[in-house]
Unconditional design. Sequence first.
Length: 430
Amino acid sequence: MNRYRLARAATAAVLVLTIAACGGPSSSPSGSGEDDTELVFWHYFTDREELLQQFADEYEAETGVSIDLVLVPGDTLGQKFQAAAQAGTLPDISAAWAGVGEETAPYAREGQIADLSAEMADGWSDRFEPSLLAAASFPEGNGFDVPPGPYLVPLDSTNMQILYNKQMFADAGITELPTTWDDFIAAGRQLAEAGFEPFTAGFGQWPLSSFAQVYQWNVIGEEDLKATFAGTMPYTAEPWVRMLGLFEELGQAGILADGTVTNDAPASESLFVNGQAAMLFDGSWALGVFKQQNPSFTDYGVFVPPSAGDHAVRLPGGVGAMVFAVGSSPHRDEAVEFLQWLTDTERQRTYATESLNLPANTDAVDDGLDENLAAFAAQGDAVAPTLPTPMPLEVDTTMTKGIQRILQGQDTPEGVAALMQKAAETGQAQ
C-alpha cells in the first residue's frame, strides 16, 4: 500500500470512530410536519445552482415538499458531512464528494448513506447504464464491510472525445472526419498547411494520461493490460512501445498547437473556444464551458478518437456527479422520492439541455438533445470498463512525464517504457 492509500485509510479509520461515537441515527434540520416537509440538500454545483432551484420550486409546487438547497464548497463537503454526523445535524440529501470507496464506506456501513437496493430493484435501476449503477454501488466482497448494493445516485455521466472546428475543417478542405490514426495525422497536416493550429489538449496535466488510456485499450488491448498490471507482462513489451510510439509520431508531425505539452485543460479549452485551435481532446463537460465562455461559438462537432490498433477504441469517462439520500434522516423516504423524481426522464432531459451535461438516465437521450451532447451520449457504451487492478500511480506518473518528453523529442518510446518498468518494480515514479 503506497502512502496515498495509507493516508486515505487513516482518514477512513477516523471516520469509523467518529460515526460510531454518534450512537445511532442523527437528527435532521428538516421540517417535521407531513404538510410542511422540508428536505435539506447540500451540494457543490455552482454551475447548476439556478437549475436546481428551478427543480426545487417545481417539486414543491407538485408535492408540497420544499427543498432547501445549501451550497457547500466541493473541497470541504466531506469534512462538513463528517462534522454534521458527529453533531447529529446531517441534511436529508447530499451531493457525493467522492465515489464508492474509503471516503464514503464508513457512512454507508453505519446507514448515514442510505442503501437503495429495494428502490433500485423496484425499477429505478432501469434508468441507468449498468456501468453507472455499478460505479454507484458497493460490490460483493468490497473490503469495507459495507453490505453490497447501490448507495449513490448518478446525476450525469462523462466521456472524452475530440472536438473540432467545422469552419476550419471546411477551409482546409477536409470533408471526412478521421477514423484512423493515419487519417488524423494527415488531417492535422492539412490544417497546418491551411494556416491553423491543428490540435490541442491539456497535455501538461491529467488529460495526457486520459488520451494515452484511449490507445492503451486500442493498441495493447484488455488482456495484455490486465497481464501488465498484474505483473506478468513487462511495460517494455512490444505493444507498450508501439503505443508510446504514437506520441513520437504525433510530436514529429508538427500538428500540436503551441503550449499543448504544458497547458492544462482550461487553457486548451480557451484556445479552442476562441478559434485558436482546430481540434481539442476534452470531455463532455467542455460543452458547458464553451457556452459560458463564448456563447456565440457553436460551429463545432465531435468525433471519436481515431483507431491506431486492432482493438476497440475505449474512451475515458464514466459516472459524473452523484448524490445520495441520508439514511438516518427522519425524511429518508421523502428524500429518496425526490431523487427518483430528479432522475426521471423529463427532469433529466431538462438537466441535459440546460446544463449541457450528459444525462445519467438513458431514456433522456433523444433527438431533442444538443447535437454535440448527443454525439457524446451516443458513445456511452464505449467507455473503458474498470479493470480489477489499475495502472499503479507511480507508473502512470512516469508514463505521463515520459510522453511529455517524447512529444518534445527529448526521449524515446523504448526509454520511457524502460522507466515505466522500473517504476513498477521499485514502486517509485521515475
